[in-house]
Write a protein that binds this ligand. Structure first.
Ligand code: ATP
Length: 218
């Protein structure tokens, strides 16, 4: 049996309670030793965020403080060009040669996976755990090439730590229906003290740095 590490990439523009609930339920379900939050510097499939990667990473750091199994990983901030997940996994594989890795993603991200750079190689480095997202159907339609790799969530803790990569599982427990897009709109329109979908320390940071005040900007 190997130690199992969760890898949670995202734009985190900004991080919210949906992300944190997702990470918490994955931690409990898979019995990972840690979950690494990896903010994208330049997300390949979104318009370049108006809020810098440094601010987004700082908000992740504030959001996870006190959770000793949640770790901020800034490896994508140190690279040039688009933040490809495959390159991150390649790097983490070298950094954690004796551990098992599991990439986490919401169901909306999984549906778009075939647009990702070298997506078919992701399973050569890590397992994949897809988490149901509110409003998505509660069945996972697997991409060609992924059939035969899906295992029951009940079997995932053992299977994921017995082999180092190559399996997929699906967690149907749904995190709260929160999105960064929705939050950016609320942050631009409403008084910050009425917003409850993110940790208070993150809201305070947003206020201090005057972030998300323009509704039209990403
Ligand atoms: P946006 O609204 O800008 O698309 P987002 O809320 O999806 O942002 P990201 O940082 O892009 O935030 O998300 C990182 C990962 O977390 C993605 O794989 C996404 O599917 C997943 N995720 C985010 N929020 C939720 C949620 N509420 N429920 C389930 N998965 C989520």
């Amino acid at each position: 049996m190997m130690e199992l590490i969760g890898i949670f990439g995202g734009t985190f523009n900004p991080i919210h309670n949906g992300h944190l609930a997702l990470a918490q339920s994955v931690l409990e379900t898979l019995q990972c030793t840690q979950i690494r939050f990896v903010p994208a510097a330049l997300p390949p499939h979104k318009t370049a965020p108006a809020v810098t990667a440094q601010h987004r990473a700082a908000m992740v750091k504030l959001a996870i403080q006190g959770h000793h199994q949640f770790v901020l990983d800034t490896c994508e901030l140190d690279r040039q060009g688009p933040s490809y997940t495959i390159e991150t996994l390649h790097l983490l594989r070298q950094r954690f040669p004796h551990q098992s890795l599991c990439l986490l993603m919401g169901q909306d991200s999984y549906q778009k996976l075939p647009t990702w750079h070298r997506w078919t190689a992701l399973l050569d480095y890590a397992h994949l755990l897809v988490i149901h997202r509110a409003e998505a159907e509660k069945t996972l339609s697997l991409h060609a090439g992924h059939r035969g790799k899906l295992i029951n969530i009940e079997d995932a803790p053992t299977a994921f730590s017995t082999q180092a990569h190559g399996l997929i599982s699906y967690l149907t427990q749904t995190p709260p229906a929160i999105s960064s897009t929705g939050l950016r709109a609320s942050l631009a329109q409403h008084a910050l003290n009425t917003i409850t979908d993110m940790p208070a320390a993150v809201l305070q940071y947003i206020q201090q740095h005057h972030l998300y005040q323009h509704p039209a900007r990403e």
